[in-house]
Design a binder for this molecule. Structure first.
Ligand SMILES: Nc1ncnc2c1ncn2[C@@H]1O[C@H](COP(=O)(O)OP(=O)(O)OP(=O)(O)O)[C@@H](O)[C@H]1O
Ligand SMILES: [Mg+2]
Length: 424
């Protein structure tokens, strides 16, 4: 079964429009239907031509578009398909018609060079908001075959994003059909899956990915942080391994946060922090002195638990740029791991855990608590159509984000699964 909105994707290739733009909520059934419609259109109208299938990266395009398409019963019934993995070309035949669908990644340097040399009869740009404008322009410039069409799909971003301003707001000039999707436009999503998806996003990301709105990230990065909810008066019982996450600075602050899970609930508690700012203290500490402060922090945790030995953390999740500190910590026997520094996804994950009460702080983590109240989105970045926090009051915030993102806490808390049941 396909929804009415999805049928409009199928109808596009019979319409007089030159381009199709599908935007809206995650998992709303845009990409899967577009690939089906794109291939059917290409096979009906052309033979011996090349087409572009573009994702954020080659890898994501293959995973989100090529692989699901190859396993689709409808496609297997209708076409003879050969996926040349090393060349990233999907060859599709039907009767005497044959076309080649080449995969490109908007963010892959090598794809930019490759696509420059192509002549295409159409291009499908999935997740176009995540691609550089220069790549998209190059891809469009390659579509020189008579009758070529452009197919775009994305989730919303900031309202001043180049794609919103140049394509969605000017769809008439481009003779583009614009379709806006909501999660309910995907007939395969159950109530339970919908509820799980809604619980994965919070704040500005909820508005974009669940409600499908083009909204700016502005004001507080973590507006849901509430001392009454997220700062605990008394230490709860904790269990399992202790983790440390750390942000490193020479002039800027170096922060260590120690984490352990609350017994029974699985909520992560930030038990203690160590915060040192070379600028504020007017003296820089050496990496050995910084490592000493981590030793002291863990010694304090051991003492609080009634032990003389200091606590040994399972891992120290470390700012990936902190090479010198990493060497020192390893020398002292700590197991370190480079933090995942994906800012946008990391912030979204922290929002999600705060919103779900899966993250809390002891009152002794004063600098961290203070930063939650002062950590802001950068209005200038928003004007450029980008999401970036102001690079101030962000050191403990980085350490919190590294912890949550690197351990994939949100994904572990219940990433919804999809059964690609396809009926057409
Ligand atoms: N009509 C349908 N029948 C069965 N399954 C469907 C249908 N439409 C979509 N799906 C499935 O739902 C899932 C989400 O669809 P799809 O990937 O197309 O969404 P999307 O809008 O591109 O999401 P995102 O914005 O997250 O990329 C996929 O597994 C897809 O196969
Ligand atoms: Mg998609």
């Amino acid at each position: 079964m396909i929804s009415t909105k999805q049928k409009e994707i199928l109808a596009f290739s019979y319409s007089p429009y030159d381009a199709l733009i599908c935007d809206g909520a995650v998992r709303s059934g845009k990409t899967s239907l577009m690939v089906v419609a794109f291939v059917d259109w290409a096979m009906r109208e052309f033979t011996g031509q090349r087409f572009g299938i573009c994702g954020k990266t080659v890898g994501s395009a293959v995973e989100n578009m090529v692989v699901p398409y190859l396993s689709r019963a409808y496609a297997k019934r209708r076409y003879t398909m050969r996926w040349r993995r090393s060349q990233k070309i999907l060859e599709i035949r039907r009767g005497r018609h044959v076309n080649w669908f080449e995969v490109f990644g908007g963010r892959d340097e090598s794809s930019f060079a490759l696509i420059q040399g192509r002549t295409l009869a159409g291009v499908l740009l999935d997740e176009v908001v995540l691609m550089p404008e220069s790549f998209v322009n190059q891809a469009l410039a390659r579509c020189s075959v008579e009758g070529a069409r452009t197919w775009f799909s994305c989730n919303p971003g900031p309202p001043s994003h180049w794609f919103k301003k140049k394509w969605i707001d000017r769809k008439r000039e481009h003779n583009a059909l614009y379709l806006h999707f909501e999660m309910t436009d995907n007939p395969a999503l159950s109530e339970k899956t919908l509820a799980r998806y809604r619980s994965m996003y919070s704040g500005v990301f909820y508005e974009r990915y669940i409600l499908g709105k083009w909204v700016a990230a502005e004001g507080l990065v973590y507006p849901m942080f509430d001392e009454a909810r997220h700062v605990l008066a008394a230490p709860p019982a904790t269990e399992g391994e202790v983790y440390v996450s750390a942000d490193y600075g020479i002039q800027n602050a170096t922060v260590f946060l120690a984490w352990r899970r609350e017994a029974g609930t699985g909520r992560w508690i930030c038990l203690a922090e160590s915060y040192y700012s070379g600028r504020d203290e007017k003296r820089q500490k050496t990496v050995a002195e910084l490592a000493d402060s981590l030793d002291a922090l863990l010694g304090g945790l051991g003492a609080a638990g009634g032990n003389t030995a200091r606590v040994t953390p399972k891992r120290v999740i470390l700012d990936p740029s902190a090479a010198a500190l990493k060497v020192e910590l390893r020398r002292r026997g700590y197991h370190t791991q480079d933090a995942d520094n994906d800012v946008a996804n990391g912030i979204n994950d922290v929002c999600t855990l705060l919103g779900a009460d899966k993250l809390a702080f002891m009152p002794c983590c004063g600098n961290t608590i203070k930063e939650f109240g002062a950590y802001l989105w950068d209005a200038k970045a928003a004007d450029r159509g980008e999401d970036a926090p102001v690079k101030e009051n962000d050191h403990a915030m980085d350490a919190v984000r590294y912890f949550v993102r690197t351990l994939r806490l949100v994904q572990k808390a219940g990433k919804p699964e999809y059964r690609p049941v396809w009926m057409m």
